[in-house]
Write a protein of this length. Structure first.
Length: 342
């Protein structure tokens, strides 16, 4: 196995978090990682260091301190306005080789995944991708990353004993953001920037945003599966009445009935709503990992033996095309009568 550029005996006892920003706003997953990183750093008595790249990043640095970072390394330059793999990978690679952190964590966003893959190859280290849990072994400082996968209901715990940094990308929604209660000031170190335009082989011509929805923050979810037969309008009506959002399993997304941003599960979004209403969903492991943090799960399915019923708190055996309209009707009636009684 190829050795990494530095080994555990040379490591800086620190957890580095890549603080990803888009148009001057920190990604939520970066704040989630700061919260988890703070907890692990306190446990190990290590430093928690945030890494920010961008243009005019002053506000972000302050925000990162309020979320618990001990120190921020920042690269601020007009050529870093937009994420480009050439510029970002170059500077992060250099910063890591100088400081040699033990752990380096990134959000499993499209750009975070892109950057992490390139860096892991350059640093000759491993990458635990798309993790759903993290912990540090108190004695050895070895990072244990939880990864679900191998196409089935397997949870693997992965360790990297001899390679550094111990890199992982973590799925959005796995950890909770902590309140911004920390001191907004701290040590800021500027990373030397040796960028020129000809080093960057891609150019952002236009930014087109898809539907802006973040299911990981929804308090109520109405999720539909194959059993809904593409009738997401019906689920939308129920979600609207309850101030919730509509989500889906993978098949309706693959069939084009609903946008990919709304897919829940292992390869979708991990959600933690107060209530999840699962309609026409069998309850495959890949889906359930996306709603297992819900406080209450209600499942509607025609098959009394559907696996979702073993996981749900309330089971309704029946046809979604009958149950959901009846539910909508009952909620409307309840709302109307409470308005009349005012
Ligand atoms: C690597 C990998 C990653 C994956 N990632 C994800 C992921 O992130 N998210 C995800 O969801 N899936 C994912 N999958 C797919 C997953 O394994 C399941 O195939 C999928 O979740 C099943 O979706 P479903 O429950 O909608 O469909 P089905 O399993 O076909 O279930 C449909 C259910 O609807 C019920 N039904 C039918 N008609 C009605 C009706 N009229 N009223 C009420 N109930 C009815 C049926 O009884 C059945 O239980 C992944 C698979 C792999 C291999």
């Amino acid at each position: 196995m190829v050795a990494s550029h530095y080994n555990p005996s040379e490591e800086q006892k620190a957890i580095w978090i890549y603080l990803e920003q888009e148009s001057g706003v920190l990604e939520n997953v970066s704040l989630e990682l700061l919260a988890k990183g703070r907890q692990m750093a306190d446990q190990m008595e290590w430093r928690l260091i945030g890494l920010i790249l961008g243009n005019k990043t002053g506000d972000l640095v302050e925000q990162a301190f309020t979320h618990g970072a001990d120190e921020i390394r920042v690269a601020d330059h007009p050529l870093l306005e937009n994420y480009t793999i050439d510029a970002y990978a170059r500077l992060v690679y250099q910063a890591i080789l100088v400081a040699k952190p033990s752990v380096f964590l990134l959000g499993a966003t499209p750009n975070g995944r892109d950057l992490a893959g390139r860096l892991a190859v350059r640093l000759r280290t491993g990458l635990n991708a798309d993790c759903t849990g993290l912990r540090l072994e108190p004695e050895s400082g070895v990072l244990v990353s939880e990864v679900s996968g191998f196409g089935g209901g397997v949870l693997a715990l992965i360790e990297m004993r001899s390679h550094r940094p111990q890199m992982a990308t973590v799925r959005p929604g796995v950890f909770e953001v902590s309140p911004p209660n920390y001191d907004p000031t701290g040590e800021t170190i500027h990373i030397p920037i040796d960028l020129t335009e000809d080093m960057i082989h891609t150019r952002v011509v236009e930014k087109v945003s898809g539907e802006q929805v973040d299911l990981s923050r929804a308090a109520l979810l109405v999720a539909g599966g194959r059993g809904v037969e593409g009738n997401f309008k019906l689920l939308g009506n129920l979600a609207n009445l309850l101030d919730g959002e509509v989500g889906a399993t993978r098949p309706p997304v693959d069939e084009g009935h609903i946008q990919r941003e709304r897919q829940i599960g292992q390869t979708g979004v991990v959600c933690s709503p107060k209530v999840a209403i699962c309609c026409g969903i069998s309850g495959a492991f890949h889906f359930v990992v996306g709603v297992e943090k819900a406080e209450t799960v209600i499942a509607i399915n025609t098959d009394p033996a559907a696996p979702i019923f073993e996981f749900a708190d309330y089971n309704v055996v029946g046809d979604v095309h009958e149950i959901v309209p009846a539910l909508i009707e009952a909620i409307r009636e309840r709302k109307n009568s409470s308005e009349t009684n005012l």
